[in-house]
Design a protein around this ligand. Structure first.
Ligand code: PLP
Length: 498
């Protein structure tokens, strides 16, 4: 790209220009007009600011944003004039460019997306969405002063830990609990508190990587613990742990293999064996449970996933999990377990650095409260509602959406439905194939790749997936309110309106 063209952010002078031979003037006569003359037609920003269209932009957007959009639009026009000897300055084109650039700049960077992928806990799309009650609590606490660290009974300073601790204890059976920024932080702090300068024993089959930057060996190193690997990739036995225990052992760590499974000739040591071993040697057993599942989802046809409460019942001294995976709340790392260990964690210097803010605490408290009433838990928490939605219900919704879409698109596209698979996602229930029905769209004038791209770039952004040359929309992850904009945006794109 040469200097001074749009997007490169420079304002260098145009490169030396050749004289153009001929260009038509307004009357269609061919006259000689050199490139300098044509570039002189470009307006100055100050002139554009007086144009009624630009005044309208200024009424809608901050001045600095409009100025940037105008400068970029002028750059685009200049590049066009330089690109061809017959190009003429077009004011309408420049203003349209400025309008669309201003509109893009006005969009928030972090903004809602319609998730039509069928991946419920989609890490890139923000994992769990909050329930209505949790969302309302966030807004309330954000826009007013709160009891964050204030005890209304004594009128004195309180602790931010109280808001979720008793709920977590009630829901898991643990003695004590706390919550930090995320599960990676929870694991790091727990290992630092239990095994800094000591050894942490872990099975080779559990040295997992979750989402790139969370790798157990790295976390160990950063926590100041020496990792002692035991067993093999596929098999670890109780005697492997027992042989590794010395007076330097600080913790026996068990990590849930959230996003993969070792199948075939395998053996993992369960808590029922690990806990007595830890007790015998006076070494705490810490389980990174991962998903934060609090209720058994087998009645909804999902595979068995041990709940946090089951780990506590099995005697784990400490259990950690995420707040925004299958628990269905905000991003958080939850730690439940023995009172003396949690006390130590609350006093750990890292606890201050990893603490939760009031908005997250509000969302977490309300999400946890929803679990107190099992009748409403599944219906109210979007992640659980989506994962457990029966296949027939999803099929009915898909057929209804397909019919409306077909009606709106008419001849422009072939719309039908097909059986497919949804995923829990987010490193949870990796082997669960959740049967679903997808709406498939195959447009005549526009390919699936281009349709997918435009849906993703427009507003609201819609993320769908391509399979066998068709664009697929999984209604399992669509909210009721998403259906209207999905239909409207597909129709607008097919009609050439966006
Ligand atoms: C997801 C996961 C983590 C990381 O949790 P974040 O909340 O994303 O920090 C750690 N351990 C396990 C087993 C997980 O599944």
């Amino acid at each position: 790209m040469s200097a001074g063209l749009p997007g490169d952010g420079t304002t260098s002078p145009p490169r030396p220009l050749r004289a153009s031979r001929t260009t038509p003037d307004e009357t269609g006569r061919i006259t000689a007009m050199d490139t300098q003359d044509r570039l002189r037609q470009l307006p100055k920003v100050d002139e554009l600011l007086r144009h009624p269209d630009v005044e309208a932009l200024l009424a809608a957007h901050p001045r600095s944003l409009v100025l940037d959009a105008l400068r970029e639009a002028i750059d685009v026009s200049r590049a066009r004039l330089l690109s061809s000897e017959t190009a003429l300055y077009d004011e309408g084109e420049l203003l349209a460019e400025a309008r669309s650039r201003a509109a893009l700049k006005a969009l928030r960077s972090l903004r809602p997306v319609i998730n039509a992928t069928g991946i419920v806990v989609h890490t890139n799309l923000g994992r769990s969405i909050l329930s209505e009650r949790a969302t309302a609590a966030v807004a309330e606490v954000a826009s007013s002063y709160s009891t964050l660290e204030y005890d209304v009974v004594t009128g004195e300073r309180g602790s931010r830990h109280v808001h979720c601790e008793s709920l977590l204890c009630k829901l898991t059976g643990a003695e004590a609990a706390m919550a930090v920024n995320n599960n990676a932080a929870a694991v790091m702090m727990a290992i630092a508190a239990l095994a800094r300068g000591k050894e942490a024993v872990v099975s080779r089959g559990q040295l997992v990587e979750i989402g790139g930057s969370f790798r157990i060996p790295d976390i160990m190193r950063e926590s100041g613990a020496t990792m002692v690997e035991v067993g093999t990739t596929n098999k670890t036995h109780l005697r492997d742990y027992e042989n590794a225990i010395t007076e330097r052992t600080g913790v026996l760590l068990k990590v849930h293999s959230s996003n993969f499974r070792v199948v075939g000739f395998t053996n993992e040591v369960g808590l029922e064996e690990l806990v007595p071993l830890g007790r015998k040697h006076g070494v705490p057993v810490f389980e990174d449970q991962g998903s934060g599942v609090l209720v058994d989802l087998r009645p909804w046809g999902l595979p068995y996933e041990p709940t946090v409460g089951e780990s506590i019942t099995a005697g784990a001294d400490l259990v950690s999990c995420s707040g925004d995976k299958l628990l269905g709340g905000p991003q958080a790392g939850i730690l439940v377990g023995r009172a003396d260990i949690i006390r130590k964690l609350k006093q750990h210097p890292m606890a201050r650095a990893l603490r939760l803010d009031k908005m997250t605490l509000a969302a977490l408290e309300v999400t946890l409260r929803t679990y107190l009433d099992p009748e409403t838990t599944l219906a109210e928490i979007p992640t659980l509602r989506m994962i457990t939605a029966p296949a027939e219900e999803v099929a009915t919704r898909a057929h209804a959406l397909a019919a409306r879409l077909a009606g709106t698109c008419g001849e422009a596209a072939v719309v039908d439905t097909a059986s497919d698979i949804s995923r829990a996602g987010g490193g949870a229930l990796p082997l669960a194939d959740i049967p679903t029905t997808v709406v498939r769209v195959s447009a005549h004038a526009i390919g699936p790749v281009e349709l997918e791209r435009r849906l993703r770039l427009g507003s609201p952004a819609i993320v769908a997936r391509i399979k066998e040359d068709r664009l697929l929309f999984d209604v399992r992850t669509l909210l009721e309110a998403d259906e209207e904009p999905v239909i409207a945006r597909i129709a607008a794109i097919l009609a050439g309106a966006e």
